[in-house]
Design a protein around this ligand. Structure first.
Ligand code: GDP
Length: 375
C-alpha cells in the first residue's frame, strides 16, 4: 500500500487527508529532534483499513489504543469502535475458565490449532484483573501457546493489566469487537476460575466452558455451584495415561449433578465430557458440541437474545458507573457528603432530607426539575 502523504491539504479537508505535511527541508530537522523514522505514528484511517484486511499489527495497535487510559486515545479508540462495529458480531465467542493448572493454555493451543486446521481464524483474549498485582498466572500467555501464537491465522493478546475488573472486562469486550472486524471467527476468552471474573466473561460470550481436572474423591468440592450453573460444557481435562478412569468418573459425577441444576442456556442440557489437551484427544467432540449448541440456540432464538441482552446490560452498567463516578467526583459533593453523612449517622438529619439536599446541590444550575430522592 502506498503510504505517501499528499503534498497539500484542501481547506475543507476530511480525515482522509494527511495532516502531517512535510515541507521541503524540514523532514530531516524533525528527525534530528528525536523522531525516529521507525516510530511511525499511524493515523486512524491507516489502522482501520489495515485492521479490516486482517493485518495483525494494526489489530494489536488498535487494541493498545482502546486499552490506553489517555483521554486522546480514548476518543480515537471509541471512533475506531464506532467505525468497526458494523463489521463485528460474526464469530463464536467462547469463554474458558478453570483453576490455574487445569490445562487452559494447553487446551487453547490444541483446540486453536485444530480450528485453524478447519480453516478458522482464532483470537485468544483474556480477563485477569489480578495479573498486574500477582503477576501469577498470565492468561493469554504466548509462550504457553507457542504453536498457536506463531500461526498467521491466530491472534493472542494477554489480559489488559491494571485497574478494576469492570475496566479490564470492558477492554477485553472492545478488543473482541476489533478481532471480529479483523475477520477472526472464533474468539476465545480465557479467565481463571476464582473470584468474579468468570461472571464478567460469561456476560460477554456465547458459550461458556468450565475446565476441570479429576481430583481423587473430591470432584465436586471447592467448586462453586454458581460456576457450574454458568457453564454450557464441563470438560474434565488430562484424561490420559493412568488418569483416564478418574477423569471419566469425575465427568460422570458432574453429569449426575448437572441434572439437578438450573440450565445456563435455554433448552440446553449442559454436560460433562473428558479430553486430553496434551494428547489432543476428544478435541473434535468438543467442537461438535459447540456447533450443536450454536445450532440449537440459533433455532430457539437464545443466541441472539443473549447477545442483545449482554449489550443492553453492558450499556446500563457503564451508564450507571459513569453517572455515579461523575456524582462522587463533583467538588461540591465531596465537601457536602461527609458532613451530611455525619448528620445522618448522629440522628441530626433525616435520610431523605440529606439525599435530597445532595441531589439539589449536584443538580443546581444543571437542570430545573430535580429527581426525587426516593418514591
Ligand atoms: P492453565 O494454568 O490452566 O493454563 O494450565 P496449563 O495449560 O499451563 O497446564 C498446566 C500443566 O498441566 C502443564 O504442565 C501441562 O503440560 C499439563 N497439562 C495440560 N493439559 C494436560 C493434559 O491433557 N494431560 C496431561 N497429562 N497434562 C496436561
Amino acid at each position: 500500500m502506498d503510504k505517501r502523504k499528499p503534498e497539500w491539504v484542501p481547506e475543507a479537508s476530511s480525515d482522509h487527508f494527511a495532516t502531517n505535511v512535510i515541507r521541503g527541508g524540514r523532514a530531516d530537522a524533525s528527525r534530528s529532534k528525536g523522531h525516529s523514522p521507525s516510530r511511525k505514528t499511524w493515523n486512524i484511517d491507516d489502522i482501520e483499513s489495515g485492521l479490516i484486511t486482517g493485518n495483525r499489527t494494526m489489530l494489536a495497535k488498535a487494541i493498545t489504543i482502546i486499552e490506553s487510559n489517555s483521554p486522546k486515545d480514548f476518543e480515537t479508540g471509541q471512533e475506531l469502535l464506532k467505525r468497526l462495529l458494523p463489521r463485528s458480531g460474526n464469530s463464536i465467542r467462547i469463554g474458558i475458565t478453570g483453576v490455574p493448572g487445569a490445562g487452559k493454555s494447553t487446551f487453547i493451543e490444541t483446540f486453536g490449532l485444530y480450528l485453524i486446521g478447519l480453516g478458522k481464524k482464532v483470537a485468544v483474549l483474556a480477563v485477569d484483573p489480578s495479573s498486574s498485582i500477582s503477576k501469577g498466572s498470565i492468561l493469554g500467555d504466548k509462550t504457553r501457546m507457542a504453536g498457536l501464537s506463531s500461526h498467521e491465522s491466530s491472534f493472542i493478546r494477554p489480559s489488559p493489566s491494571g485497574g478494576v475488573l469492570g475496566g479490564v472486562a470492558r477492554k477485553t469486550r472492545e478488543a473482541m469487537i476489533l478481532c471480529e472486524a479483523a475477520g477472526f471467527d472464533v474468539i476465545i476468552v480465557e479467565t481463571v476460575g476464582v473470584g468474579q471474573s468468570e461472571t464478567a466473561v460469561r456476560s460477554m460470550v456465547d458459550f461458556f466452558l468450565l475446565m476441570q481436572i479429576a481430583r481423587a474423591g473430591d470432584e465436586l468440592q471447592g467448586i462453586k455451584k454458581g460456576i457450574i450453573e454458568l457453564s454450557d460444557l464441563i470438560v474434565v481435562n488430562k484424561a490420559d495415561g493412568d488418569n483416564v478412569l478418574a477423569a471419566e468418573k469425575a465427568a460422570g459425577e458432574y453429569n449426575h449433578v448437572l441434572h439437578m441444576l438450573r440450565q445456563a442456556t435455554q433448552d440446553w442440557d449442559t454436560k460433562a465430557v473428558t479430553c486430553s489437551a496434551l494428547y489432543a484427544s476428544k478435541i473434535e467432540e468438543i467442537w461438535d458440541i459447540i456447533n450443536e449448541f450454536v445450532e440449537l440456540t440459533t433455532e430457539n432464538g437464545a443466541f441472539l437474545k443473549r447477545r442483545s441482552s449482554q449489550v443492553t446490560a453492558w450499556f446500563e452498567t457503564l451508564l450507571h458507573e459513569a453517572l455515579l463516578a461523575k456524582f462522587y467526583q463533583d467538588r461540591k459533593i465531596c465537601e457536602l457528603l461527609p458532613k451530611l453523612k455525619l448528620e445522618v449517622e448522629s440522628g441530626q438529619a433525616p435520610v431523605v432530607y440529606a439525599v435530597t439536599k445532595l441531589l439539589k446541590e449536584y443538580y443546581s444550575g444543571i437542570v430545573d426539575d430535580l429527581p426525587q430522592a426516593s418514591q
